[in-house]
Design a protein around this ligand. Structure first.
Ligand SMILES: *Cc1c(COP(=O)(O)O)cnc(C)c1O
Length: 470
């Protein structure tokens, strides 16, 4: 190919070859990482040269030196944590995002990026069944989606008490109380810390046996200081069991008490795409804010999350800023009004591409396929000798554990056995799972988020676990 003298084609073509080799090899290589920290450090922690290295060489050596240190998260047999793969169109659009290198601060700094985000926000609201007037932000993940939504919540609940929190801060403000079940994700904890709300005013109510916050318990908690500004955090999809709070009961109850309701739907909000699963979200559209991810179930490359707020004034009140050196659009959406970042990646392109590749029906099929495969994995592994189902789970999550077969084995022995079997499965390399402590006992989490996972992957995984157990 004729080179124009541009410095770009050579490293980019090298990167494309390395990427294709990695993606093509996913089915044949171990799903877990093989290289330990010392090995990776010995290869990668080289002295920084004074004069640099040619771009092509940098790319080739990087691809060579990370070998064995990458988890095959794009594999259809990767079931660890809650991690999706990358749809082809989305991955390609993500490459273009880097090539175009737009600063998606606002319309002026990247017009096409702004319009794409505008469009994506609309599409996502439709998929999730959220109010058409809800404002939104494309952020790095659900962590920042919580932080964004809860900053709007903080604004909203304090504005109702005539307290301008953006101006006056939290010193001297009426204490903001937060109420959730004790299953709330760690990202809520961090968002509360970052926003200065702290964790001391956070009431964590023990969830019921079904993993849901009982309406009676929420009502009792809210009755304890009826006048205080309150944020209720509910969950659509618990990381262990996939449990959904009962939105239809809980949200009206919280609203009666003047509370702001935020929903953590990192992966569970996607249940809205499936007529078979949608009932789990009944009533959720009445919440005040919702957080979810693109990099989990939609299979957009990292990193990508979405925040939605029912009251755009509260959202903009927390976020918007006008700088004199920047011009603002009269006829387009400026992302800076809604996003916590200033300069930022034009991450809308990857989501746009994922949604365009799948279409509405493709999103539905992706969600339903993952749910079906998760059920098959939990049942199939749970039925093996020496295994049992801990939680059949909801949507795409579930829990199993492994039993120590020795007579008189204790609960601690089963815990040790469970961790040892997880490690052995991952070492065998056919599949990858992560562990958890659920109700005080160790378990293996089954989480299916990958667009590529198929029935063959499920069968191959169950066979590998069976071999480990023998
Ligand atoms: C993954 C997850 C989060 C955090 O999302 P990030 O995208 O990793 O920031 C929050 N809540 C739940 C339920 C999750 O599964």
């Amino acid at each position: 190919m004729e080179r124009s003298g541009s410095p770009f084609p050579e490293p980019l073509e090298a990167a494309a070859r390395h990427a294709a080799a990695w993606l093509d090899g996913l089915d044949r290589q171990p799903v877990g990482a093989r290289a330990d920290a010392a090995t990776l450090r010995a290869r990668l922690d080289v002295p920084l040269t004074a004069h640099g290295v040619p771009a092509r060489q940098v790319v080739d050596e990087l691809a060579r030196d990370v070998a064995g240190g990458l988890l095959a998260t794009g594999s259809g047999r990767f079931f660890g944590w809650v991690i999706g793969g990358a749809l082809p169109a989305s991955l390609a659009a993500d490459w273009l995002t880097s090539a175009w290198d737009q600063n998606a601060h606002n319309f002026g700094t990247g017009p096409a990026a702004a319009i794409v985000e505008e469009t994506v926000g609309k599409w996502l609201r439709e998929i999730f069944g959220l109010p058409g007037h809800a404002s939104f932000a494309l952020v790095t993940g659900c962590q920042m989606a919580h932080t964004t939504c809860l900053s709007a919540a903080r604004h909203g609940v304090l504005a109702r008490r005539d307290w301008d929190v953006e101006k006056r801060g939290l010193c001297g403000a009426p204490p903001v109380r937060v109420v959730s079940s004790d299953l709330a994700h760690g990202t809520i904890d961090r968002a509360l810390r970052l926003l200065g709300l702290g964790t001391e005013h956070w009431t964590r109510i023990a969830a019921g046996a079904d993993g849901r916050l009982a309406p009676r318990d929420l009502a009792a908690a809210l009755a304890t200081s009826p006048g205080s500004p309150t944020i209720v955090v509910l969950q659509a999809g618990d990381v262990n069991t996939g449990a959904f709070d009962d939105f239809a009961e809980l949200i009206p109850l919280a609203h009666e008490r003047g509370a702001w309701v935020h929903v953590d739907g990192a992966f569970g909000l996607w249940a809205a795409a499936s007529p078979a699963q949608r009932h789990l979200l009944a009533g959720a559209a009445a919440a005040d804010s919702w957080a979810t991810d693109g990099h989990k179930w939609l299979n957009v490359p990292y990193d990508c999350g979405y925040a939605f707020v029912a009251d755009p004034a509260a959202h903009a009140g927390a976020m918007a800023y006008r700088a004199t050196y920047i011009s603002y659009a009269a006829d387009a959406r400026d992302q800076a009004d809604w996003n916590p970042e200033w300069s930022r990646r034009a991450r809308g392109f990857a989501t746009y591409a994922a949604l365009r590749q799948l279409g509405r029906d493709g999103v539905r099929a992706l969600v339903e396929r993952c749910c079906e495969h998760a059920r098959a994995l939990v049942a199939g592994i749970g039925a093996l000798p020496g295994a049992e189902v801990v939680a059949a789970g909801r949507i795409n999550q579930g829990l199993v554990r492994f039993l120590d077969g020795r007579p008189g084995a204790t609960a601690e022995d089963h815990d040790r056995r469970t961790d040892a079997v997880i490690a052995a499965i991952n070492a065998a390399g056919e599949a990858f799972f992560s562990g958890t402590t659920w109700r005080g006992r160790r378990a293996m989490r089954v989480s299916v988020c990958n667009w590529q996972t198929d029935a063959k992957d499920v069968a191959r995984t169950i066979a590998s676990v069976a071999a480990v157990l023998r």
